[in-house]
Design a protein around this ligand. Sequence first.
Ligand code: CAA
Length: 255
Amino acid sequence: MSVVLVEQDGPVGILRLNRPEVLNALNSAVMEALADQLTRWDRDPAVRVVILTGNDKAFAAGADIAEMAERTPVEMLQSAQITRWEAIRQFSKPLIAAVSGWALGGGMELAMLCDLIVASETARFGQPEIRLGVMPGAGGTQRLTKIVGKMRAMDLVLTGRHITAEEALQWGLVNRVVPVEQYWEEALKLARSLAAGPPLALALAKEAVLFSLDSTVEDGLKFERKVFALLFASEDRREGMAAFLEKRAPQFRGR
Ligand code: CAA
């Protein structure tokens, strides 16, 4: 059985982590499968949005501790893992995390790499690496701090405590929290609505928001102005504006 199940629901690609016996711990095979499939789907115009999910009990309980336990520093530094995280980061289309149960350590970092998070009420988030004698190593000190601010990041990173979906919602770490029976439908509904959107504008809007994390406001505004103007070259912006004026639904084709 594959460690990541790959499915497609029309324009929505679905990646389902599938190591339930270890709460979807992220080993090399999982990260390789995720990076490879996202790289493939990035080039495939038939896929417009991707949902990354686990099962009701666990999104992912972090990096695979059994795999990590005997690693040397040099192996950690040279591991292909870094390029795999990078491949996920570079995915240009909307990426939604549908999170239920545990999202810890690398699992929480993976969810934070996504653009939107739909969580079930049972979701639990945390960066417990400190309890293993290490610290977050895939964005838990950087992306997390950008999302929730210094004090909250310190709270999670230094104590290793878990927070509930409700607290994560209050902190702005997740977008929606729904009962466990509904999180998958909610994520799918969100994915389908984005999939009906203009692909080029979605990709550039995503890039511009992410650009703001690493740039000054001045540089970000320059970038925004340019990509905004660039979209006026697309057929989809003609279609979007014409459809509005003609009072009909637009048909976006990604051109
Ligand atoms: N790696 C490997 N195996 C894991 C795992 C992980 N991260 N998390 C859980 N498992 C395994 C357990 O060893 C156990 O296996 P066995 O049945 O063979 O004993 C199985 O999954 C079920 O786990 P538990 O029995 O522990 O389940 P629980 O309900 O009692 O506890 C839990 C759940 C609180 C999530 C607990 O499993 C736990 O604390 N897991 C580790 C979480 C963690 O520390 N994550 C950070 C990893 S480091 C990291 O991610 C680095 C980074 O930044 C990239």
